[in-house]
Design a protein around this ligand. Structure first.
Ligand SMILES: C[S@@+](CC[C@H](N)C(=O)[O-])C[C@H]1O[C@@H](n2cnc3c(N)ncnc32)[C@H](O)[C@@H]1O
Length: 254
């Protein structure tokens, strides 16, 4: 049965931070996505905000994205519920404010504190629907009226690789029904629009990556040979629906 605490606790075990960080060094696909995400975040933020930038990285984990944000601005805050993840973040981004808290339970900032930019990566796909809603309800009042919320969905439901992965899993299940299989998570644009709608937010820009049907993020084969192709796909809006990883830039509806 799904409980609201399920995803909150998912990264709290001792050693989880280290193994999470390692996975971005070990798996070529994850490494490539990380490179693309950092480049994209920098472009989105520096294009929109020329001067002071007050940024919150929600569910900052090991500081993977926080590291890049700290290069862009001096006013960056990271927040996460897992000490195991934050332990790595504190070493990685030492001069940045990092808070251990669950914003759906407590607001650790001064009342009425708002950020120009709120970022959240690899969170919304993974979190269960109730947690997604609770988080968005807590984050929206923390966003300035003309601020932006930037988040990604690294399991876009119409990605061909995901479709293949699920089909292969179903076939395996028929052949060996007793074995446990990992069911990949997926999130559709429609689900995202509905989630944002509830909080009076709308998508104003999107960026996409990974059309080539890679079945698993954790495959060890080098996937950089597809980069020229991926650059081409990334520049064409049509391919967004077929991409695995999509970044959304959202604003409050006026
Ligand atoms: C997959 S990690 C993503 C970390 C980082 N944003 C990145 O892209 O590498 C998801 C993070 O969400 C955090 N998390 C889950 N529920 C949370 C909550 N309610 N409040 C704060 N952090 C939460 C987990 O502890 C975990 O570190």
């Amino acid at each position: 049965m799904e409980t609201t605490d399920e995803y909150r606790l998912s990264h709290t075990a001792v050693g989880k931070g280290a193994s999470y960080q390692e996975s971005f060094e070990k798996y070529p696909y994850r490494r490539l996505m990380w490179t693309w995400e950092k480049k994209q975040i920098k472009e989105i933020i520096t294009y929109r905000f020329k001067k002071e930038k007050d940024i919150l990285d929600f569910a900052c984990g090991t500081g993977r994205i926080l590291l890049e944000l700290a290069n862009i601005s001096e006013n960056v805050t990271g927040i996460d519920v897992s000490e195991s993840m934050l332990d790595i973040a504190r070493k990685r981004v030492p001069n940045t404010e990092i808070i251990n808290a669950d914003i759906t339970h407590i607001n650790p900032f001064e009342e009425k504190k708002q950020f120009q930019i709120i970022v959240s990566f690899r969170f919304f796909l993974n979190a269960q629907p109730t947690l997604r809603k609770e988080v968005l309800s807590a984050l929206t009042p923390m966003l300035e009226d003309d601020g932006v919320l930037i988040f990604n969905n690294h399991g876009n439901s119409s990605h061909l690789g995901l479709f293949l992965q699920i089909t292969v899993m179903k076939v395996k299940k028929i052949l060996r029904p007793k074995k446990k299989y990992f069911v990949p998570k997926k999130l559709s644009r429609k689900q995202i629009d509905e989630l944002l709608e509830c909080e009076g937010l709308k998508i104003v820009e999107t960026y996409h990556r990974n059309v080539w049907p890679i079945m698993s993020e954790k495959r060890e084969k080098d996937v950089s040979k597809f980069e020229t192709l991926e650059n081409w796909f990334s520049k064409r809006k049509f391919f967004e629906r077929l991409s695995r990883n999509v970044i959304y830039v959202c604003k409050k509806k006026s």
